[in-house]
Design a protein around this ligand. Structure first.
Ligand SMILES: [Zn+2]
Length: 68
């Protein structure tokens, strides 16, 4: 699970950045997902639109889960 952990770390680093408080694709507020491939924080809708990419769902500043 080393890769999942690093994906989570990447996602949280993105999510914590003040620039990433809106979806990087559509601009929706408070996105909960991150695309590790695109290095973007994105909303649930946009995560669903790009399901072929690696996504993690951010739970809070310290944790996230990898999407199937
Ligand atoms: Zn979006």
């Amino acid at each position: 699970q080393a890769s999942a952990l690093s994906c989570c770390q990447v996602a949280l680093r993105l999510w914590e950045h003040p620039y990433n408080k809106v979806c990087g694709d559509c601009g929706a507020a408070n996105p909960e997902w991150a695309s590790v491939n695109l290095l973007l924080v994105i909303c649930q809708h946009c995560a669903g639109m790009t399901a072929h990419l690696v996504h993690v769902k951010i739970i809070n500043a310290e944790g996230c889960v990898t999407a199937e």
